[in-house]
Design a protein around this ligand. Structure first.
Ligand code: HEM
Length: 405
């Protein structure tokens, strides 16, 4: 194969040459110390590009503008969430991730079943146990005046909340942490698949037990709920549990990692929030905007023209919320964290698939900020130490050493 053929092998005929971007988005976003600034260099180019590697090493469209990403989230008739035949199916052909891989109108019934378990009111009921968990994790390193935030707090916190939500024994925590580690940082694709298969198998057994004896109101709602007059099948229950697992883990710990990394370099903001804890909810909103972590994927449902670009059925389309959040056309000085900005964001998506766990996630972040800031002064990254991060479907912090006074 000649060089030119190699460079264009990923480009289907319907893609105009001037929109071809011969890069991997993940590698590009990893070129600087800050992936948000690195990725945002794409804002100097077109709003729609065809990347050599959009996600999971595969080529596809990447939307770079807030307005376009928002439009795609809303337009489920053209941008489908269903798995295409070419999408790698970790869960096999039968188990779907519910409701994130289901398009409206079918999607509506699943959301109707789950929504009551994720309202601000139900989050209020969880608040005490989330706070206790947060305090107990901090107690383990508090007196040392230092921690490695990701491994000692960030990863354990959402995993443990997941177990509580589902009514799984806390004794499963080490196992879930191991699975998560393999899925996110397992190194190769075979490890990711093996971990996903192990979680799937565990959830199959768990779902069968819960049918007979549900442990929490969420599980009771899932196993006794109905979709169009019939109970959920075993595969639907497993697919729902799997998504609740995936949805709330690396998103939460990654967001927390970026937020703590920012705070560690912004003593003035730390002090403002310490002195005025009532401003913490404002900070949670602005942190959500500035540190969007997810890049949801869509599949073109039918040939159509999107803002002058011809898209074909089954093309992959990536909607990086971290590009939407740092788009200078949507936000003035997008890289500046300003908690008085009062700006809306699409970090939790918009439209039918708006994050089910948004209220829980924001509450978790608020609780963590309150707990760290009320206890520790001058939180910072120790001199000579560095943080480490990965890019991919979610931008995540792998290592964040912190010290405080
Ligand atoms: C900071 C943390 C979080 C972020 C940034 C986040 C982000 C997102 C985004 C962008 C989507 C849309 C996906 C798509 O359109 O394909 C989504 C959907 C979803 N999220 Fe979250 N999420 C977070 C936390 C959580 C938590 C804690 C849970 C559950 C306990 C959760 C459960 C879900 C579910 C079930 C969906 C699918 C909703 C649907 O398809 O109707 N998320 N999330």
């Amino acid at each position: 194969m000649t060089t030119i053929e190699v460079l264009t092998a990923h480009v289907p005929d319907h893609v105009p040459v001037d929109l071809v971007w011969n890069h991997s988005l993940n590698e590009f976003a990893h070129e600087l110390d800050d992936p948000y600034i690195a990725a945002s260099r794409l804002h100097d180019g077109p709003g729609i590009i065809w990347a050599r590697e959009a996600c999971l090493g595969k080529p596809g469209w990447v939307l770079t503008r807030h307005a376009l990403i928002q439009e795609a989230f809303l337009d489920y008739e053209h941008f489908s969430s269903t798995r295409g035949s070419t999408t790698s199916a970790v869960l096999g052909p039968v188990v779907r991730l519910i409701p994130v891989e289901v398009d409206p109108p079918e999607h509506h019934a699943y959301r109707h079943l789950l929504n009551p378990h994720f309202t601000p009111r139900t989050v209020n009921e969880l608040e005490l146990s989330v706070r206790q968990l947060c305090d107990s994790l901090i107690a383990k390193f508090e007196s040392r005046r230092s921690c490695e935030f990701t491994s000692q707090f960030g990863q354990i916190f959402p995993n443990s909340i997941f177990l509580t939500l589902m009514g799984m024994p806390q004794a499963m925590l080490p196992q879930f942490l191991k699975w998560e580690e393999m899925m996110l940082r397992g190194g190769n694709h075979a490890n990711h698949l093996a971990a996903a298969a192990a979680v799937l198998q565990y959830l199959q057994g768990f779902a069968a037990e819960q049918r007979a004896n549900p442990q929490t109101s969420l599980m009771k709602g899932i196993v006794s709920g109905s979709i169009e007059g019939r109970p959920l099948t075993d595969d639907e229950i497993v697919g729902t549990c799997f998504l609740l697992y995936l949805g709330g883990l690396d998103t939460v710990y990654s967001s927390l990692g970026w937020i703590m990394r920012h705070l560690a370099g912004d003593q003035a903001l730390q002090q403002r929030l310490r002195d005025n804890p009532k401003d913490i909810p404002l900070a949670v909103e602005e942190f959500a905007r500035a540190f969007a972590v997810a890049a949801p994927q869509r599949r073109v449902a039918k040939d159509f023209n999107f803002h002058g670009v011809s898209m074909h059925k089954d093309d992959v389309v990536l909607l990086p919320t971290y590009l939407a959040s740092r788009d200078p056309q949507a936000y003035e000085n997008p890289h500046v964290v300003d908690i008085d900005r009062h700006a809306r964001n699409i970090t939790f998506a918009t439209g039918p698939h708006t994050c089910l766990g948004v209220h829980l996630a924001k509450r978790e972040i608020r609780i963590v900020l309150e707990a760290f800031l009320s206890r520790f002064k001058n939180i910072r990254i120790p001199d000579g130490e560095a943080y480490a991060y990965h890019t991919g479907g979610v931008l995540g912090v792998d290592r964040l050493p912190l010290v405080w006074d």
